[in-house]
Design a protein around this ligand. Structure first.
Ligand SMILES: Nc1ncnc2c1ncn2[C@@H]1O[C@H](COP(=O)(O)OP(=O)(O)O)[C@@H](O)[C@H]1O
Ligand SMILES: [Mg+2]
Length: 440
C-alpha cells in the first residue's frame, strides 16, 4: 500500500480531519482509563466482547485528551477492523507510524490507540519496542482474551494494565434512556419509570447499539452470526459449525445451571473434549463465563461442575430462551454481570458459587483478598414460603461454614433486614441493588 492510501485511512479515523461521533459518554470507563494512562507508564489494554463499546470509549478518551490540551496531532487512532488495510503485520505498523510522523509532525510523545490490534500478526513486538524506547503512550484494544493474553504473556508481562469493558450497567442503561440517577431521592421519585426500564433491561440486554435501536432482535441475531462466523469459525478454524452452534444455544439457554463438560457432551452427542475446547473459545471471545464452586482446596475447585453465565441477557432471549419462564435465571445472570463489573474496579475480588453435600446451594460467594466478604442468594419469587425457607437455610449454613456475618438475598420486590444469632441477612430488590451497587 502506498503512503497516500494509508494516510487516507488514518484520516477517516482521526479528529485532526474533523470531529468523529463519540456517542454518549461512559464516564466510569473513561475516568478509569484516564487514571490508568496518566497514573502509569504501562501499555493499556482494553478488552471485552465485540460491540460492547470499546472503540467508542477509546474515542471518548481521545476527546478528553484533546479537551485537556493535548494537541490533535499528538493523538493517533488506528482501526485494524478497517477492511482497506491489506497486509496486517508489523511492517504495516512501522509504515503507519512513519507516515503519521511525516504527515502530522507530532510535537510531543504521542498517544497511540490501536483498535482491534489482534488483527496484526506479532503486534506485541512493535508495541514493546515503542514502549521500551518511550516513543509513545500506547493503548490497544481487542475482542479476544486468548490472543491478547498469549502474546502479552510472553512479551508484555508486567508491562501492561487492563481495562475490561462490558455492555451497559443498569445505571448506564438508564442514562442511555435519558434517565439520570444522581441521588437516592431520584431512585424513589422515578421508581415506576425505572422498573419499566428494568424489565426491558432484562429482556433485551444492554449492548449499547441494541439499547438505542428499535430493531433489537435483529441486531442481536446479527451479533450472534458475526460472533460465530468471524470470531469463532474463522479465527479458531472450526469446522464443526453445527456442534459449535448447538453448544452456544445450550449455554445461552442454561445460564446459571450446574453442568459438567461430560454431561453437556452426552446431551448434545459431542465428545467432552470438544465441549471443553469450544467452551474455552467461547470464554476467549467473552460470550460466556464459567463460575467454579468455592472450596478451600484449589484442586476441588478445579474439578467442580461449572455454572455458566452469558455476557448479555438479550442474547439469551434472542437465541431461544423463553423470557417469561426464566426470569429468575436471567436475574441471576444479571447479578453475575454486575459482580463482574465490580471486578473492573476491584480486580482482587474472586467469585464462586457454594454447594454442600446435602445439595444446599448459594448462588454467589464473594472473596475479597483472603476472606469471604459476602454471600448472595438470588431468589426471584419470595412469596413462596417454602422456597424462601429453603434459600434462607442454605444461606445460613454457608454463613456458618464460611464464617461470614453478612449475606444478601436479591429478589424481585421485597425489602427487609433480618438478624439471626449474630448474622445479618438483607433482602433487596434487584433493580435497586443494581443502582446502589453499580451506580458508582
Ligand atoms: N457510548 C456510546 N454511545 C452511543 N452508541 C454507542 C456507544 N458505544 C457503542 N455504541 C454503539 O454500539 C456499536 C458498537 O460499539 P463499538 O465501540 O464499535 O464496540 P466494540 O469496539 O467494542 O466492538 C457502535 O457502532 C454504536 O452503534
Ligand atoms: Mg471496535
Amino acid at each position: 500500500m502506498d503512503k497516500k492510501e494509508i494516510f487516507d485511512i488514518l484520516d477517516s479515523w482521526n479528529e485532526w480531519a474533523g470531529p468523529k461521533d463519540i456517542g454518549l459518554m461512559r464516564n466510569s470507563y473513561v475516568d478509569r482509563l484516564e487514571g490508568l494512562i496518566q497514573g502509569s507508564n504501562q501499555v493499556i489494554t482494553i478488552t471485552g466482547p465485540r460491540r460492547a463499546g470499546k472503540s467508542y470509549i477509546m474515542r471518548q478518551m481521545g476527546r478528553l485528551l484533546a479537551e485537556n490540551e493535548i494537541k490533535k496531532e499528538n493523538i493517533l487512532f488506528v482501526n485494524f477492523d478497517d477492511p482497506r488495510f491489506l497486509s496486517l503485520d508489523t511492517k504495516l505498523l512501522i509504515q503507519i507510524y512513519d507516515i503519521y510522523r511525516e504527515f502530522m509532525s507530532p510535537t510531543d510523545t504521542p498517544y497511540i490507540f490501536l483498535d482491534e490490534v489482534q488483527e496484526i500478526y506479532e503486534w506485541e513486538k512493535w508495541v514493546r519496542m515503542m514502549h521500551e524506547l518511550k516513543k509513545a503512550k500506547i493503548i490497544v484494544s481487542g475482542s479476544n482474551a486468548h490472543l491478547l493474553s498469549r502474546e502479552l504473556g510472553t512479551l508484555l508481562t508486567g508491562r501492561h494494565l487492563d481495562l475490561n469493558v462490558f455492555p451497559l450497567s443498569f445505571t448506564e442503561y438508564l442514562m442511555f434512556n435519558n434517565i439520570e440517577i444522581k441521588t437516592s431521592l431520584d431512585i424513589d421519585r422515578k421508581k415506576t419509570e425505572i422498573m419499566g426500564f428494568f424489565r426491558k433491561y432484562m429482556e433485551n440486554g444492554s449492548f449499547p447499539e441494541v439499547t438505542l435501536s428499535d430493531k433489537k432482535t435483529e441486531i442481536l441475531l446479527n451479533y450472534f452470526d458475526d460472533l460465530l462466523t468471524k470470531d469463532l469459525m474463522k479465527r479458531f478454524r472450526i469446522r464443526k459449525t453445527n456442534a459449535m452452534k448447538a453448544l452456544i444455544k445450550y449455554y445461552l439457554s442454561n445460564a446459571g445451571n450446574l453442568m459438567t463438560f461430560s454431561s453437556i457432551g452426552k446431551y448434545l452427542e459431542i465428545t467432552s473434549d470438544t465441549i471443553e475446547k469450544f467452551s474455552g473459545y467461547l470464554e476467549d471471545v467473552y460470550l460466556i463465563f464459567q463460575l467454579k464452586r468455592f472450596s478451600f482446596k484449589v484442586k476441588e475447585q478445579e474439578k467442580s461442575p461449572r455454572k455458566i453465565y452469558a455476557i448479555d441477557t438479550g442474547l439469551c432471549n434472542a437465541v431461544g430462551f423463553r423470557f417469561s419462564e426464566n426470569i429468575g435465571r436471567l436475574a441471576e445472570n444479571i447479578v453475575y454481570l454486575a459482580l463482574k463489573r465490580k471486578q473492573i474496579v476491584s480486580p482482587q475480588i474472586e467469585l464462586f458459587y457454594w454447594k454442600d453435600v446435602q445439595h444446599r446451594e448459594v448462588d454467589f460467594v464473594i472473596k475479597d483478598g483472603l476472606g469471604v466478604t459476602n454471600l448472595i442468594q438470588v431468589c426471584w419469587n419470595m412469596r413462596d414460603e417454602k422456597t424462601k425457607t429453603r434459600e434462607l437455610r442454605s444461606l445460613q449454613k454457608a454463613m456458618k461454614e464460611l464464617k461470614v456475618k453478612n449475606a444478601l438475598i436479591i429478589t424481585e420486590d421485597a425489602e427487609e433486614e433480618k438478624k439471626l444469632n449474630g448474622f445479618t441477612v438483607k433482602t433487596v430488590p434487584l433493580w435497586k441493588w443494581l443502582l446502589t451497587e453499580e451506580g458508582g
